[in-house]
Design a protein. Structure first.
Length: 513
């Protein structure tokens, strides 16, 4: 059993004095001037000779079919340490600055790992950049290696993904029969990924994706990387800063992830984050007339546990031939906890499930899994597995019993659905990543956003990342849900826009209520 089950499928005293001093220091830093050296020519200064064919390529932009958008494909080496190992493609989209006078390019990453940056910028630009940013920058979205329109990880067709994600394994939860079936399922999935992915699995890593960002910076003509990353995108940005601190421009990381946490600790932190978010949902739910629970928050959590156990024993038939098991119901719960705006749907899903109707629960789970009308338009979950299995090294001798006891103590409702066979144990490519603090000495200030009630990237991780970075500046959003930027909070958006557009560093310790 492993607490990596969901992780790999799904993030006083002297210190107080130091914070005060940091605030004084940052108040004295003048605004960071925009990069005036930008040109349309590739930036190849300091590039290793073996990489010059990649860094020196010219981007051929083509119309994307929507006003203001251009698309292109950039060629990258599979292995930066051995460019002769072959190439892969990176899909890129550009929304041209509405002012007509861009400060430069602003690369974005919407998270995952595995979410398409091209689709996000093309279909939901306002999610990653408000009007101030779209006026000031050419906003760049890209599909990281392994994702979407880039050279992609490919495992199953739609029927295979349905079976992999929704089929209910035999045996009772925690039994040898059930675990053996799950291990077989993970091994079959891994084998399918190896067969369908054209040999790229060993190269699908966050470090390589960060190196791809430097390649994109260069071919876009930017001497420094200006970047706005969300959730996993914060880890990608921090990784870039660790590799190329002298090439960092203005960087904002929303939903900071602690790069030093091992996989097991990260998995527990996420589970506790969702448990706490679930309690916040229950506190709100109990004030509503349509809440399916009553009594105290503890009573409601106990009733949800009972509902999950009932569905585990007697799955609820769906209208399309699928059956709603407890794992899928938990997936539906997790999906709704990413935003308090989804809480009404969760109330409906739980009420309907109690009454034998699984339709809304399936809608939430399908949204989480990227399933639309029986199809999987993106390969997000396949790419997510590829990145996590490469990025998180084996932890050696760890006390699984102690970890499970910690999980059951701190996240008792979530815990039974968080553990299981390690899905990375059968992955065909060995892990190459490391877990260590990132300090990025010599970089300019890097702004880290943390949301106090964030279930997926817990606030403590944003605090840790900001503290590790030699020039980290923490901005706190006091609220519920995942991420802080573009959530309607003028304080957060003002801090981000002032920095990215005008180079004004936020006050260290800024709290946005």
């Amino acid at each position: 059993m492993s607490v990596r089950g969901r992780l790999a499928s799904v993030i006083a005293g002297v210190a107080g004095l130091a914070l005060v001093l940091s605030g004084c220091l940052y108040a004295q830093i003048p605004p960071i001037a925009p990069d005036t050296g930008r040109s349309l020519a590739p930036q190849t200064d300091g590039v290793d000779a073996t990489l010059l064919p990649y860094y020196g390529q010219t981007v051929e932009w083509a119309d994307c079919g929507s006003a203001g958008f251009d698309c292109a494909t950039v060629t990258a080496p599979r292995d930066y340490a051995d460019p002769a190992a072959g190439d892969l493609n990176l899909a890129v989209i550009r929304h041209r600055a509405t002012s007509g006078e861009p400060l430069g390019s602003l690369l974005t990453n919407p998270g995952g790992p595995g979410v398409s940056g091209v689709d996000t910028v093309r279909d939901s630009l306002s999610l990653v950049a408000d009007d101030s940013l779209t006026a000031s920058y050419d906003v760049i979205g890209f599909d990281p290696r392994g994702v979407g329109g880039s050279s992609a990880v490919s495992c199953y067709d739609a029927a295979g993904m349905d079976a992999y994600l929704y089929d209910i394994p035999p045996g009772k939860r925690g039994s040898e029969e059930r675990d053996a079936a799950l291990e077989q399922r993970q091994a079959a999935f891994a084998q399918a990924c190896e067969v369908g992915s054209d040999g790229i699995l060993p190269y699908i890593s966050t470090e390589n994706a960060a190196r791809d960002m430097d390649l994109l910076r260069a071919v876009l003509g930017d001497p420094k990387l200006n970047y706005l990353g969300f959730s996993y995108g914060s880890l990608l940005g921090a990784t870039y800063a660790g590799l190329f601190p002298d090439r960092v421009g203005r960087m904002v990381l929303d939903g900071g992830i602690d790069p030093s946490l091992p996989g097991s600790a990260s998995g527990i932190a996420q589970a506790v984050g969702f448990e706490n978010a679930l309690r916040a949902f229950m506190a709100d739910c109990l004030t509503r007339s349509d809440c399916p629970f009553a009594g105290s928050v503890d009573d409601a959590m106990s009733d949800l546990t009972a509902l999950l156990e009932r569905v585990d024993a007697r799955p609820v038939a769906g209208g399309d031939g699928r059956s709603l098991g407890a794992d899928t119901l938990m997936t539906a719960v997790l999906a709704a906890l990413y935003s308090d705006q989804s809480w009404p749907y969760l109330r409906t899903a739980l009420t309907d499930t109690q009454n034998g109707d699984a339709s809304v629960a399936f809608q939430l789970a399908d949204f989480y899994n990227g399933r639309e009308n029986g199809q999987y338009p993106s390969n997000t979950l396949e790419a997510l597995r590829a990145y996590n299995c490469i990025d998180y090294p084996e932890e050696g001798d760890i006390d699984d019993d102690a970890l499970e006891a910690e999980l059951e103590r701190d996240a008792p409702v979530v815990a039974p659905y968080w553990v299981g066979p390690d899905p990375c144990s059968a992955w065909p490519a060995p892990p190459t990543g490391t877990r260590a603090e990132i300090t990025a000495p010599g970089s300019p200030p890097i702004v880290v956003l943390g949301t106090t009630g964030d279930p997926a990237t817990p606030y403590t991780e944003a605090q840790a990342l900001a503290a590790q970075l030699s020039q980290g500046v923490l901005v706190t959003y006091v609220g519920e849900g995942h991420l802080a930027y573009n959530k309607g909070n003028a304080c957060v958006n003002g801090a981000v826009d002032d920095y990215l557009v005008d180079g004004i560093v936020p006050d260290a310790g800024l709290r946005c209520e």
